[in-house]
Design a protein around this ligand. Structure first.
Ligand code: FES
Ligand code: FES
Length: 170
């Protein structure tokens, strides 16, 4: 199949590559760029393990072709921390997950974090139900939802939201 040239900025680095038109964005990220923090957990588009940001909005990278990201900016879990994590500092949502023990096996965590950031972008001061609704498309097979929701609410509170991690308005 004829390949197509695409140029995508991923985690602040611009890449130009020839890809087959049918290559999924998640395959491009993992297999071409080695961004293996973006995971594949299903073949039905419903687990959310592959969630990344496309121009600042979360998308499931298994539901998009790499060519559809041509000319766009992608952020993966690996580029989330300031300075792409080179100075060891975490993104506030990563810190919140760490502090709330919001992971067990960790498989869902990269996608959850990417989606959770999007939830706070859309609802800077979410109540618990808003967080749960916002994370609906991301599955945690360890069923660690309680602490995940706490982490997102804590991150919201730490960035100025009024709702506290334990629930209820401040
Ligand atoms: Fe994309 Fe499951 S791998 S939704
Ligand atoms: Fe194991 Fe969520 S922590 S799948």
């Amino acid at each position: 199949m004829a390949s197509t040239s695409i140029t995508i900025t991923v985690d602040d680095v611009e890449y130009t590559d020839d890809v087959e038109p049918r290559l999924l964005l998640v395959q491009y990220l993992r297999e071409r760029l080695g961004k293996t923090g973006t995971l594949v957990g299903c073949d039905t588009s419903n687990c959310g393990a592959c969630t990344v940001h496309l121009d600042g909005t979360s998308v499931k990278a298994c539901t998009m072709l790499a060519v559809q990201a041509d000319g766009h900016e992608v952020t993966t879990i690996e580029g989330l921390a300031p300075n792409n994590g080179r100075d060891g500092e975490l993104h506030p949502m990563q810190k919140a997950f760490h502090e709330a023990h919001a992971l067990q096996c960790g498989f869902c965590t990269p996608g959850m974090i990417m989606q959770a950031i999007n939830v706070l972008d859309e609802h800077p001061d979410p109540d618990e139900q808003t967080v749960r609704d916002g994370l609906e498309g991301n599955l945690c097979r360890c069923t660690g939802y309680q602490n995940i929701v706490k982490a997102v609410m804590a991150a919201g509170a730490s960035t100025g939201g009024a709702h506290k991690a334990e629930g209820g308005a401040a």
